[in-house]
Ligand binder design. Sequence first.
Ligand SMILES: [Zn+2]
Ligand SMILES: [Zn+2]
Length: 376
Amino acid sequence: MAVIRPRVAPRTPHGDNPVAAQTRALVAYGGATQVVSVDLPALSPGDVLVRVSVAGVCGCVRDAAQGSRDGTATMVLGHEGVGTVEAVGRGMEALTVDGVSLAPGMRVTWGREVACGECHACVRTRPCRTPRVVGQQSLHGPWTLSGSLAQAMVLPAGALIALVPTAVPDVIASLTGCAVASVASAFAAAGDVEAKRLVVLGAGVQGLVAVAMAAELGARSVTIVDPRAVRRQRALEFGADAALAPAPGYPRHDVVLDVSGGAGALGPAVEALDPGGIAVVGRTSHQRLTLDIDVARLSRERITLTGVGPMRGAHLQKAVDFLATSYATRPWGSVVCPPVPWSAVTALPPLPDELGSRVTVAMERKVAADRALLYS
Ligand SMILES: [Zn+2]
Ligand SMILES: [Zn+2]
């Protein structure tokens, strides 16, 4: 059995961890992925050790695995997930985003980024300019167990952590920290959408979340745009009022949310914004898109183009609150694939179906109950 031992010396004496001294984790190195045993690090003050229940395999995970191709980084993959607090590093209180003191046994989820705590913005209690991404940290650096595709992970001081209501099944809650919180960030950037006409670009997981969130926020209508007919159809079943293939000539609207990952439909959607409208570009990894924009019109009609910026605690809490109300009323079973059992994982699970449903990995047996709820 391969065992990876972090080169970094423990900062406090070992012995605080009430779980096994090792955990199994899905690690990327040199473009390949494998499950290995990793030593549990000693916890620094405020570190939260989480026993993972379900981890999501979002697109960022595949990007991170690809990014390890040059062989310079070995990392535990995965940032979406839900789990249970196992221990908190002594010497500093660890708080949720709404101020609850974390303790063993609490069911939690977490945001995809952790503030560095040192940059100018952090010092001034602004969103961090150089956040560390969960599941993209070197196994040989100071934050070894950074990924959620493991039986246990560490969330360091500064992590965005939220409690998860008991009623929300693990497989749905596992979407919170990346997909749902990213969409919550986009809505925060868009401002009040009540009674407005929305166009959502991209009918992947984030697009479906956007459809449901828009309805909850009182949008007048939601039109989803995606080149794939099967995804457009699923978006309609999820509650979109209309679904279109990308093409010039969209109906007039007030808000554009681009959660397509930079797929290129932004230009015509901005063209069809009414005066005072706003277009928000969601989180994308590295796509570049050249837009032909009538800047005079931006000024004349007060059109806004913006992005989402760093994730904040309020976005994560909004994501949890949203799932708490919508988990039972939307067809989430069509968004999340049945979880892969951890015992069957030997490498990064294959790509999802053409619909782009979220692949998840279940670490604990109790997820079987969730599965019955979702897929019966
Ligand atoms: Zn992600
Ligand atoms: Zn910072």
